[in-house]
Design a protein around this ligand. Structure first.
Ligand code: NAG
Ligand code: NAG
Ligand code: NAG
Length: 736
């Protein structure tokens, strides 16, 4: 009796839940409902219903089976969610896949025409992650999800971005709206229609370019994982496309346009159970499309200079913006001494750059040799530059440009040699210069970062690594491109202008109170935001520190030091004008429970590295050896992207030549950050800053003030606490 019951319920199960033992194929008159799924043969991917993030809506999608964090790589009804939980996927009488909700409303369909109604179709989820609709009799693929991307490109040769020249089918990626909504978002990664060798990341309906790959061949270095990553670019009469694949199929990786506007190559780290980034873009300043405007070069690792430099023969279009370190207006041709048409003009080599973009698309001639390429460009007076990749590099061809050159980023280790047209006098100047620096070329340092090169920094040894590397770096300065390299003079603002910008130093604009005065937020009439440090008239430490700070910071240019825009001295009033830091200072984040929870470990690590490279610059890379003497979390400011910038040079000291230590009778600084020999004996050296840096690192890691006490040992500081904790010593050994 019992056995009979069991048998009949088993029959029921088989009848009503045909997918309990998952299959990879959906046949006519079968269907999938919520809770059921198709599973590919090797169990790589599953197709079924999911609700993303906190959403209560349901979507039909494909996700990884072996990845423990649900990761959806394809969504069918991304803009038509199922309200309630009753979606049904089936094959209709015309052979198409259809998705309906509980009210039988059609939400999504493959909508292809299946010739011959007598033949039926089946849908299959393949191990590559492709959902295909095939005709039963001849196995012809009628529709596939690999032709209808959402935001993800999988490492499979059959999944491409690009276009089919015959059918006009365009393969592109569109970000989700948010983590909760897979609907069409703001960011699109697609082939540039004007010149079909490069891909762009666009934003919004206006298709504002955010980043571009550059024409193939790209310089995108990826940190190698266990397996080699093979990029595949095809350009023929049939199609232009990019796809990639891995030799090792066990590595799980995906290219995704994230809803934050980043194009990311991620891989699944099974031991850490999370997705990790191999590279992403736009990540660095020079990745940003047109960061330096037209006719200029963005050098991402320009430690102590403005990142934009004009091409040879060009000068800043707006010198004022340029001096405020805003390069977006770009450069214009200098007044010509000689016309550039049959007047002895020629080309200056600009080495190791990303191939430029241009409003007048470049022309690519695949048949010309290097020499013909140069001659051809020289002959045509409107040709502004050329780049030939014919002899050394497998013969792609000769590019010529006939207008402005846009979005040139300098790479430090790879890249292409762009030849820029200049008049005879500029040519003479540059020949001299290049002779002088010829010997130095090979010494150029290896990249930390470059426009499209994203490196994953893995180790806290970065401080030491940077130190080693910078030694090779002195030669960079000699290697100047063009004329934009002059240090802009410090701007002198008048008091009226400051009063206007800060609304007469209104208390509502007050950002904080420093040792020697107050800091106000201000805004110039052009919209630029500034921070104004107004020295208090009564402060005993006025003029000396003021002069010190102005002189020092004006000479220091580094992305991890706060940038001074100018100063204002009128009568008793003394002010320093800095760039505005929208995220205030590090203490504001680290010591606040709520805000510090928004700082994940990798962000904290980046901040530490940023502070380290700022200090390193002060200690040994700048022309002066500078001891800051008052490093503390409240003197580390954070910009909008949370990049740390060291500020407050009021008590900094300059060391001359090879001096390594000094002694002072006037100990300044902040207790808790000062090393004992300085606090007690007044002796200081670069090591004093390193001590303070160590305290800052501990504070960042522990989210606790050094001076705050511990319940068990109220008399102890954070440092004392850490050094007592033997079991934790290994975690902190790296910092010592
Ligand atoms: C879901 O909601 C919780 C609480 O409101 C929030 O903390 C979390 O970030 C949300 N998750 C997503 C993916 O939006
Ligand atoms: C840079 O200058 C341009 C043109 O003057 C202006 O539109 C833009 O807002 C400025 N950018 C910044 C960051 O100040
Ligand atoms: C120079 O090249 C441009 C672009 O190819 C072309 O339109 C123009 O006719 C050429 N001029 C001469 C004088 O050959």
């Amino acid at each position: 009796m019992d056995a009979e019951k069991m048998f009949s319920s088993l029959i029921l199960l088989i009848l009503f839940f045909p997918f309990c033992t998952s299959t990879d194929t959906l046949k006519p008159n079968q269907s999938i409902k919520n809770g059921q799924s198709l599973m590919s043969k090797e169990k790589n991917f599953a197709l079924g219903f999911f609700n993303p993030g906190n959403s209560s809506h349901w979507y039909l999608g494909i996700w990884y089976v072996k990845v423990t964090v649900q990761t959806v790589v394809w969504v069918a009804n991304r803009n038509n969610p199922i309200n309630g939980s009753s979606g049904v996927l089936s094959i209709n009488q015309f052979g198409n896949l259809v998705l309906r909700d509980g009210y039988n409303r059609l939400l999504w369909t493959t909508n292809v025409s299946v010739q011959g109604t007598s033949t039926s179709t089946v849908a299959q989820l393949q191990d590559s992650g492709n959902l295909v609709l095939v005709r039963d009799n001849d196995k012809n693929v009628l529709w596939q999800s690999f032709d209808n991307h959402t935001d993800t490109l999988l490492p499979v040769k059959d999944m491409k971005v690009g276009m089919n020249r015959r059918t006009g089918m365009n393969w592109f990626l569109t970000s989700w709206k948010s983590e909760d909504d897979p609907g069409d978002g703001d960011y699109i990664y697609k082939l540039n229609p004007a010149d079909s060798r490069q891909f762009f990341l666009y934003k919004g309906s206006t298709s504002t370019p955010l980043w571009r790959t550059g024409p193939w061949p790209w310089v995108i270095a990826t940190e190698k994982t266990a397996s080699d990553y093979e990029a595949n670019f095809v350009s023929n009469q049939e199609e232009v496309s990019y796809s990639y694949f891995l030799d090792d199929p066990s590595v799980i990786t995906r290219l995704v346009v994230h809803n934050s506007g980043l194009l990311q190559q991620l891989f699944w780290d099974d031991s850490d159970r999370q997705w990790k980034e191999l590279w992403s873009a736009p990540k660095y300043r020079c990745d940003k499309y047109g960061q330096c405007g037209a006719n200029s070069i963005c050098s991402p690792d320009n430690m102590n200079r403005f990142e934009c430099t004009c091409l040879p023969g060009y000068e800043p279009k707006s010198p004022r913006d340029w001096s405020l370190r805003n390069g977006s207006e770009g450069c214009a041709r200098k007044q010509l001494v000689l016309s550039m048409c049959g007047n002895g003009e020629g080309f200056v080599n600009v080495g190791r750059v990303k191939i430029p973009d241009s409003p007048n698309p470049s022309q690519l001639d695949t048949s010309m040799s290097d020499e013909e390429c140069e001659k051809g460009c020289l002959r045509n007076c409107s040709c502004t530059a050329f780049l030939s990749l014919n002899i050394d590099r497998k013969g792609i061809g000769c590019w010529t440009w006939y207008g402005e050159l846009v979005d040139i980023a300098a790479y430090t280790s790879e890249g292409f040699d762009l030849k820029v047209r200049v008049d005879a006098s500029e040519l003479a100047k540059n020949t001299k210069k290049s002779k002088a620096s010829l010997g130095k070329k090979g010494e150029r340092a290896i990249a930390i970062s470059s426009a499209a090169v994203a490196l994953v920094l893995l180790s806290l040894l970065a401080y030491m690594w940077l130190m080693k590397k910078r030694k090779a770096k002195g030669s960079l300065e000699a290697n100047e491109l063009g004329d934009g390299s002059r240090h802009p003079d410090l701007l002198l603002f008048d008091l009226r202008c400051m009063v206007e910008a800060t609304d007469n130093f209104s208390p509502t604009n007050k950002l904080g109170q420093g040792g020697f005065g107050s800091v106000f937020k201000g805004q110039f009439s052009n919209g630029q935001q500034i921070a104004v440090k107004r020295l208090s008239k009564s402060s005993g430490q006025g003029t000396e520190e003021f002069k010190n700070e102005v002189m020092l910071i004006a000479k220091l240019q580094h992305r991890n030091l706060v940038k001074i825009l100018g100063c204002c001295i009128e009568g008793e009033e003394k002010m320093l004008i800095y760039e505005y830091m929208s995220n205030k200072s590090l203490d504001f984040f680290v010591f606040d429970d709520r805000r510090s929870s928004s700082l994940n470990w990798s962000k904290r690590f980046e901040i530490i590295i940023g502070i380290a490279s700022g200090i390193l610059y002060l200690h040994q890379d700048s022309r002066l050896r500078i001891i800051h003497r008052d490093l503390k979390t409240s003197n580390v400011l954070l910009d909008a992207e949370m990049n740390p910038k060291i500020s407050d040079f009021g008590v900094a000291c300059i060391f001359k030549g090879d001096q390594i230590q000094d002694k002072t009778s006037r100990v300044v600084g902040t207790y808790g950050y000062m090393p004992p020999e300085y606090a007690v004996f007044g002796r200081f050296s670069t090591k004093s800053d390193v001590f303070s840096f160590g305290v800052i690192v501990l504070e960042i890691v522990a989210s606790t003030k050094n001076s705050s006490s511990y319940r068990e040992h109220p008399s102890q500081t954070l440092i004392g606490h850490v050094s007592n904790r033997k079991q934790q010593s290994s975690a902190f050994a790296c910092f010592s």
